[in-house]
Design a binder for this molecule. Structure first.
Ligand SMILES: C[S@@+](CC[C@H](N)C(=O)[O-])C[C@H]1O[C@@H](n2cnc3c(N)ncnc32)[C@H](O)[C@@H]1O
Length: 203
């Protein structure tokens, strides 16, 4: 890992992910988590203040640099959080143990999002739910073209983030169906803000 990825990127990500509309969406969706919660790509912990006090969160993310921020937030929020510094594609936990999974703006970055979603499906109880807020491919052809063009450079600067993934297609392909789904741009450059958010359950 280079100096940019180790020292500067965690600071930039932590700032960029605090955009007001992102915070509004976290506040709207994260409190819907119940019971034992698996957060994939917990990052700097920006969802943690929005969980109900009764939940127990397991936060999965390989970045120890971001985990340092998340630990502080968990402490301030007096929230029980267990951090696992592993990749979402292979989580060393038993099947069917979580009531809720939460993924926000991480399926864009996880190297193998299909494998991560299969893990989420394995770890969720049969009646469990997946709360998601993601960004991805725009339905506008000219924006999608620009997403494809810029993607290789963006990927290097933004810690592996892809502009044009389809989180909805990936969820459907890996054993989920949608209970609720909203699509549309949030404020910001169109190439990075076409959003997919809602709740999926096991198909
Ligand atoms: C754009 S950040 C989003 C962080 C956080 N979910 C949020 O909403 O602020 C993407 C996150 O995906 C994490 N990530 C990258 N590869 C991963 C993997 N294989 N498994 C789990 N998380 C991963 C990164 O470390 C980073 O925290």
């Amino acid at each position: 890992m280079g100096l940019y990825d180790k020292y500067l990127l965690p600071k930039l990500l932590n700032l960029a992910m605090k955009a007001p509309e992102m915070t509004r969406l976290r506040r709207e969706l994260v409190p819907l988590a119940t019971g034992r919660v698996l957060e994939i790509g917990v990052g700097s912990g920006l969802n943690l203040p929005f969980y109900a006090q009764q939940v127990h969160v397991t936060g999965v993310d390989p970045s120890l640099e971001l985990q340092a921020y998340a630990r502080e937030i968990a402490q301030d929020a007096k929230l029980a959080v267990e951090f696992l510094a592993v990749s979402a594609e292979a989580i060393p936990l038993a099947d069917n143990i979580f009531d809720t999974a939460v993924i926000t703006w991480s399926l864009c970055t996880i190297p193998d999002p299909d494998a991560a979603l299969r893990e989420v499906r394995r770890l969720l109880k049969p009646a469990g739910k997946l709360i998601f807020i993601e960004h991805g491919e725009s339905p506008e052809a000219n924006i999608a073209t620009w997403q494809r063009r810029i993607n290789p450079t963006w990927n290097k600067l933004a810690g592996g983030c892809h502009l044009n993934r389809r989180p909805d297609t990936a969820m459907l392909a890996n054993g989920f169906k949608f209970a609720e789904m909203t699509k549309g741009y949030i404020p910001g450059p169109k190439i990075a803000t076409y959003s997919y958010r809602g709740i999926a359950t096991i198909a």
